[in-house]
Design a protein around this ligand. Structure first.
Ligand code: FE2
Length: 233
């Protein structure tokens, strides 16, 4: 397997490229629209054909590259389905348990609402792509886009933290210079996970007092059309 972790510095976003040596096909997780040429150049250098691109949720801090990648490569675009999902531009919607991988790369959708109501993590055999559900030493905020701290607690404690402790954690963002972690490391050292009840977790999340993401007013409407600003509602 070919694996690359790519970083969009302006929004501290991680994008992941997974490629199969056997088939020469690849998929991208959480691509950023400004970096489309970078992705296409790298895919060409690695002799990979992009067949699928997926987002972990409708992002508020950057514009997705799903629509542009579909136009330029013909790849399939996948968004997870939530109760209020309006991102109808995706060619396919994933639900909990769906296989969203490509031949040679098994990837399973885990529905993990809380940061948003359409948040998904994607699980490979030894690693999990956690979007904004679980960050390194943090968790994604729950104060907009139908976020819900109760749901996030359940997604974390009943789903993600039940994975084997040596499962590698690859988040959707990092603001402190970390690149990866493990489930066991986060269980022990993530300050948000050192709680004893759902109420304690909700109390932490309700008192973060965070400013809105600077691109939110542009990014959310654009991402509901897979990043196509011209047709954003
Ligand atoms: Fe997010």
């Amino acid at each position: 397997m070919i694996f690359r972790q790519l970083f969009h510095a302006e929004t501290s976003t991680y994008t992941y490229l997974l490629g199969s040596l056997a088939t020469g096909e690849a998929l991208l997780i959480d691509p950023v629209v400004e970096d489309v040429n970078k992705y296409l150049g790298l895919l060409e250098q690695l002799n990979l054909k992009l067949v699928r691109a997926l987002d972990t949720h409708v992002h508020a801090d950057h514009v997705t590259a799903l629509g542009t990648l579909r136009e330029r490569t013909g790849c399939e675009t996948i968004m997870g389905l939530g109760p209020s999902t309006k991102a109808e531009c995706a060619t396919r919607h994933a639900e909990d348990g769906d296989d969203v991988g490509i031949p040679g790369i098994d990837l399973r959708a885990l529905y993990t609402p809380g940061h948003t109501d359409d948040s998904y993590c994607y699980l490979m055999d030894d690693r999990v792509f956690t979007g904004d559900t679980l960050l390194i030493r943090g968790t994604g905020r729950t104060d907009f886009q139908n976020g819900d701290a109760h749901q996030q607690y359940n997604s974390l404690f009943e789903k993600l933290l039940t994975l084997p402790e040596d499962t590698l954690v690859y988040p959707g963002h990092d603001y402190k210079g970390f690149t990866m972690s493990t489930i066991g490391e986060e269980k022990r050292h993530n300050p948000r996970l050192q709680v004893h009840s759902v109420d304690e977790y909700v109390d932490i999340m309700e008192h973060l007092n965070l400013p809105s993401p600077k691109y939110m007013d542009v990014a959310v409407p654009a991402n509901l059309t897979c990043g196509n600003l011209a047709t954003a509602p």
